[in-house]
Ligand binder design. Structure first.
Ligand SMILES: Cc1ncc(COP(=O)(O)O)c(C=O)c1O
Length: 361
């Protein structure tokens, strides 16, 4: 099938840009002696996770939520790190059942009560201590981390594996210089923690973290073992505008949309609105050409089902014409769709189910 015969709005993934992204990130990691642990929260597809693993040099795949980890493991992804803590009793029970069935599941924790609840499940958990990179979302403070690790070590059903430090607050700092300086400050603190734990005889084999925005800097940290990059293989307008990121990773994932009305002088109306593109106030998507936003084209929100597309008069698309948009924010946009169409040039070559869609419980 040809791409522009797809029913729209449709998410399309350009095979060449996707493969280039996998290759570039794998090369960045390998040159620094690191592994990849790609984050499936971005694409929410076990088929895409399997492609990332096949590309090589991976320690495993990350999941943000228990529901995502369940699907990944059941679909044959063997090593899954759950990067968010699981706290509610009913979910801890589900987590324990999952671990019993799939030993390759690793988890993160940041609370002593939570450690005790996990320990009581009667299953051996592999645990990373999550540290707070001064963002405050999750994680123990650096100063409290050695005592927290000792708590993990003291509980018979918990195996301490290492440290997670993910500075989500720094990924979108626009200036490369400022982003680099800020992330290295945090990751150096994480590295010092790893050295301290090892000096105390605590077996800290892993330091994992990083995202698409800071990976190129963080790989300089010798103690870092693997990088949890997510957006790099899909990309969006928010990331595209970050210095050094858009040039390295053009938008592989775009949204096809059809012109459904062209009665207005200033814009045409297309069939991609809030139900097809996740809303962001400051980063509307633009027409994509070769994965790069095209100057002179812009999108504006026009309700649930529609968008306004502004473009130069001489390039105005006709009624029924299919246009291509970069995404405002890839992760929550993907979560609105059932399928990503993998395309080589104009040809649709595979349907990739977004089988982690809605699995946020
Ligand atoms: C814990 C964790 N690791 C890695 C990532 C991947 O980040 P990015 O999409 O910036 O590459 C995220 C994204 O939010 C995350 O929450």
């Amino acid at each position: 099938m040809k791409r522009d015969q797809l029913p729209t709005p449709a998410l399309v993934l350009d095979l060449e840009r996707f493969n280039n992204a996998l290759f570039s990130m794998a090369e960045l990691a390998a040159k620094a002696g690191k592994k990849l642990r790609p984050h499936a929260k971005t694409h929410k597809s076990s088929a895409i996770a399997a492609r990332q693993l096949r590309a090589g040099n991976c320690a495993g795949i990350c999941a943000a939520k228990l529901g995502e980890a369940e699907v990944l493991l059941k679909k044959g992804i063997e090593n899954v790190l759950l990067t968010s803590p699981v706290a509610a009793p009913a979910r801890i029970k589900r987590l324990a059942e999952l671990k019993r069935a799939y030993p390759g599941l690793w988890i993160t924790a940041d609370n002593v009560e939570n450690l005790r609840a996990l320990n009581e499940c009667g299953v051996q958990f592999d645990v990373l201590a999550d540290v707070n990179p001064r963002m405050g979302r999750t994680g123990v403070e650096f100063k409290d981390a050695p005592a927290f690790v000792k708590e993990i070590m003291a509980l018979p059903n918990l195996n301490f594996r290492g440290i997670q430090c993910y500075a989500g607050n720094l990924q979108h700092v626009t200036s490369a210089q400022e982003r680099g300086a800020a992330t290295l400050e945090v990751m150096k603190e994480a590295a010092a923690l790893v050295r301290e734990l090892r000096k105390d005889g605590l077996p800290c084999e892993i330091l994992t973290g990083t995202g698409t925005g800071t990976a190129a800097f963080d790989v300089e940290i010798p103690e870092l073992t693997d990088i949890q990059v997510g957006s790099y293989c899909m990309m969006d307008t928010e990331y595209f505008n970050i210095e050094g990121v858009g040039s390295a990773f053009p938008c592989a994932l775009t949204c096809l949309s059809t012109v459904v009305s062209c009665n207005q002088k200033e814009f045409v109306t297309i069939d991609a609105g809030l139900k097809a593109l996740y809303f962001t106030p400051h980063a509307p998507p633009c027409k994509a050409a070769d994965g790069l936003p095209e100057p002179g084209w812009s999108y504006d929100w026009f309700g649930d089902e529609h968008g306004k597309l502004f473009c130069p008069a001489e390039k105005r698309p006709a009624l029924g014409e299919v246009v291509e948009l970069t995404l405002p924010h890839c992760d929550p946009t993907i979560n609105l769709h059932d399928v990503i169409y993998l395309c080589s040039g104009d040809e649709v070559i595979e349907e990739l189910p977004i089988d982690l869609r809605g699995k946020f419980l």
